[in-house]
Structures are given as C-alpha cells and as structure tokens.
Design a protein around this ligand. Structure first.
Ligand code: FE2
Length: 238
C-alpha cells in the first residue's frame, strides 16, 4: 500500500476520535509496510535508523553549506542517534524501572522522535528556487487565511515568536489548516495534525549565516519553500 494514498476519509473513518486514531494507526502501519517502494520523500530515519540525505547541501542566497551541514549532521543526526540510544534502553533487556529515569526517557523519546521527523520535513520542504503554490493549495490558504499574503504574514508572525518550530498543518479530524507554534520538539504539537509547511526556528537553524537576525532568515526562507513538495503533502491528506 502506498502510504501517500491515505485519505482524509481513510484517516477519519468517522468523526470520532477513536475512529480517527484507529485510521491513523492503519496509516502508520502502511508507512512501515511501504518502505521498499517508498519515494525518497517518504523515507525516514524513524524506519531505517539512517539519516535521510540532503537534497541540497546548500541553498545559495539563503543557507551556506556550513550552516546546512552542521544542522543536518549535528542536530538532525544527533537526534537520530539519541533516539536509537533511548529505544535501546526502553525496549530491550529489562527496560527501565526507576521512576525518574523512566519519566525522563519517556519525555526524551518524544523530543528526539519529533526532532527526527520535523527535521526531515524541514529539509525536504526547501528548494533552491521556489515555484508558485499549486492552485489547490493557493485556494485552500486563501479560504482559511483570507489571502496568500495574509497566510504568509501570519506564518511569519508565528515564526518570529517560535523558539522551536512554526508550521502549517492539516488536521485530519476536520480537514482544516492550522498554524502551529512550538517552542521545542516535544512542546505544542497539535495531535494528529500533519505538517505540510514547516520552518525550523531553533537558533542552530540559522545562526551560522544570520547570527541573531531571525527576521532575515524567515524572509529568505519564504523564497525557498518547495511548493511542489507542499502540494504532494497537501494531496496526500485528501
Ligand atoms: Fe533544527
């Protein structure tokens, strides 16, 4: 089964949370089953344990090779390694029974797993140059936010106040678009919502090239959104 073919109807089943959760579990099962024939955009270190390679080692005019390389190897790569270590402690041998240690590992598991997934979406979501959004995406943004300009202004505002992530996500329960502000990998998720546009606002994402000028980083990022990838993600939610 192609994991990208899951639909809102598949995911919902009915309008109950239980129905949505069951359908989400089915979709996640499909993700695991689809590894051998996945398109590159569907690969994840959560499945393979290996870092997903960069499509662009640098984005000229936006991010340098040093910036992208450090971010990918040290921060994304660090999360992949840390998650493997945590899973090794939690799910092999006798596990962890000490209450404080189990609590901390549970929290760290969410932090590192989210970091892995969100970084993969972030790196895959940028291109050397940006095409205009597809008509369906443009229409959906205008319907939800009033216009493309207002969508951009709101996401920019979210990014400037976020210490972790700013994203546009589609919620499977009602199909609506939401802007989500997160101050850390494991803080502020909108459960089940699927990010389709995502911006890393940790300082490590921009400090080599922009120092503390996060506004310049955000403005430049809008010129490198991979709208073809956004369109694929958007259509995968239908
Ligand atoms: Fe990051």
């Amino acid at each position: 089964m192609d994991a990208n073919r899951w639909t809102r109807r598949d995911l919902l089943g009915n309008a109950t949370f239980a129905g949505a959760a069951a359908a989400a579990a089915t979709w996640l099962g499909a993700v695991r089953e689809a590894r051998a024939e996945d398109p590159p955009s569907a690969a994840s270190a959560l499945s393979s344990g290996a870092l997903v390679a960069l499509a662009y080692e640098a984005l000229p005019g936006f991010l340098s090779k040093e910036q992208v390389g450090l971010h990918h190897a040290k921060h994304y790569g660090g999360a992949v390694k840390a998650l493997a270590d945590i899973e090794g402690r939690l799910y092999t041998g006798d596990g962890v029974t000490d209450k404080a240690a189990r609590r901390e590992l549970g929290r760290a598991q969410s932090e590192k797993a989210n970091s892995v997934l969100l970084h993969e979406l972030y790196f895959r979501g940028m291109a050397a140059s940006s095409e205009p959004p597809a008509e369906d995406v443009r229409t959906a943004l205008a319907k939800r936010f009033g216009s493309l300009d207002r969508w951009r202004a709101d996401l920019e505002a979210c990014a400037l106040v976020a210490n972790g992530w700013a994203m546009l996500a589609v919620h499977p329960v009602n199909g609506r678009l939401y802007h989500v502000v997160s101050d850390a990998h494991d803080v502020g998720p909108l459960w089940l919502a699927r990010p389709i546009v995502i911006l890393d606002m940790y300082e490590h994402a921009y400090y080599v090239d922009y120092k503390n000028d996060k506004g310049a980083y955000v403005k430049a990022w809008f010129d490198h959104v991979d709208w073809q990838e956004v369109d694929r993600r958007w259509r995968a939610t239908k």
